[in-house]
Write a protein that binds this ligand. Structure first.
Ligand SMILES: [Zn+2]
Ligand SMILES: [Zn+2]
Length: 333
């Protein structure tokens, strides 16, 4: 049986699921973000300003869809000692409905004040420990939000900090803003987290864009990392459900056109843009791969026998000659 890493039919929609605007600390207005990203070939933006959730459906048009989202920032004050050493924890919440007006929980500031919003949980001081973070994730998940743990490298999170988290929808494995600031994520955290959680978890590339620098500036944030969603059409329900199902792959360059695991052959089949190598990760120590014959040459198709090496899960990475990478989500064996 063929097990596809994302659907074999449908349209691809390029998406940035982590975005800041002048509604929080971003430099571009929501309209300017839409304009810039449409010029870069994107169809979907999740507007995820810090601690404020705004419906931007007024920006929607035939080739553009705004998703309603926000980023929860946990503070490290009052936290257990492990969290006080320059650590942060940020979660993205993507709403199942465009007009959602409930945040999972408003934060309380130093004066005990909070924003007057509808919320799922009572206002509370946000602290960083696994029990508290799991409470916020569970409240989001119970209400249909897709919850992502953001930029684990930039946040200085160690394995011990995230291994106990439950019910996450995805993990950022490539955050373009952090890359531009010299704090790039390491895709290996995805392997660690899959092994720790032992359950379905998706991987996303995002921009976390804050600045408005032009595309030829070395520190620009826009269009650094993204996901390609495969879905039949561009509307809120269809795209939300495709995300929920993991019908996408992430990238900062290469494209993957088709990718499946044939369990009778015990082999992975891939069609992709020109790649130097394609490799398969699992919970095992080895990573079978297909490569071009020489450095500088490329392949666009590969059949990679796994020879029964794979343990627990498999995920596929396509790497081009500039060491840019596309990653599928993991499927469980
Ligand atoms: Zn963040
Ligand atoms: Zn952010």
């Amino acid at each position: 049986m063929k097990r596809y890493f994302f659907p074999s039919t449908g349209n691809f929609y390029k998406a940035n699921l982590h975005c800041h605007t002048t509604c929080s600390d971003g430099r571009m207005t929501p309209e300017q973000v839409k304009e810039r990203y449409m010029s870069l070939g994107y169809s979907v933006i999740a507007y995820s300003d810090h601690n404020v959730m705004i419906d931007h459906s007024d920006l929607n048009e035939e080739n553009f869809l705004a998703l309603t989202a926000y980023e929860v920032d946990f503070i490290t004050r009052d936290a257990n000692p492990r969290w006080q050493a320059n650590k942060l924890l940020h979660l993205n919440m993507i709403s199942p409905k465009p007009n959602e007006d409930r945040v999972v929980s408003p934060q309380v500031n130093d004066k005990g004040e909070h924003r007057d919003v509808n919320s799922i949980l009572p206002p509370m001081r946000y602290i960083c420990n696994t029990t508290f973070v799991n409470k916020i994730i569970a409240a989001g998940a119970d209400n249909g939000y897709l919850v992502t743990i953001n930029h684990p490298t930039w946040s200085n999170l160690d394995y011990d900090d995230y291994k106990g988290l439950k019910r996450l929808w995805a993990m950022e494995i490539n955050n373009g803003g952090c890359y531009a600031e010299g704090r790039a994520d390491d895709p290996n955290v995805y392997n660690l987290m899959l092994r720790a959680m032992g359950t379905k978890l998706f991987a996303v590339g995002t921009d976390d864009n804050h600045n408005d620098l032009p595309q030829d500036h070395p520190e620009h944030h826009c269009g650094q990392a993204w996901i390609n969603i495969r879905a039949e059409k561009l509307d809120y329900d269809t795209i939300f459900n495709a995300l929920k199902n993991g019908d996408f792959y992430s990238s900062d360059g290469p494209e993957i056109y088709e990718c499946y695991y044939d369990d009778e052959e015990d082999a992975v089949h891939v069609k992709c843009s020109p790649a130097q190598r394609v490799f398969v990760n699992s919970a095992s120590i080895s990573a079978p791969m297909a490569t071009a014959k020489k450095i500088g040459e490329t392949i666009t198709e590969a059949v990679i026998p796994l020879n029964h090496f794979a343990v627990d899960f498999i995920r596929v990475t396509v790497e081009d000659n500039n060491r840019r990478m596309a990653h599928t989500n993991a499927i469980w064996l």
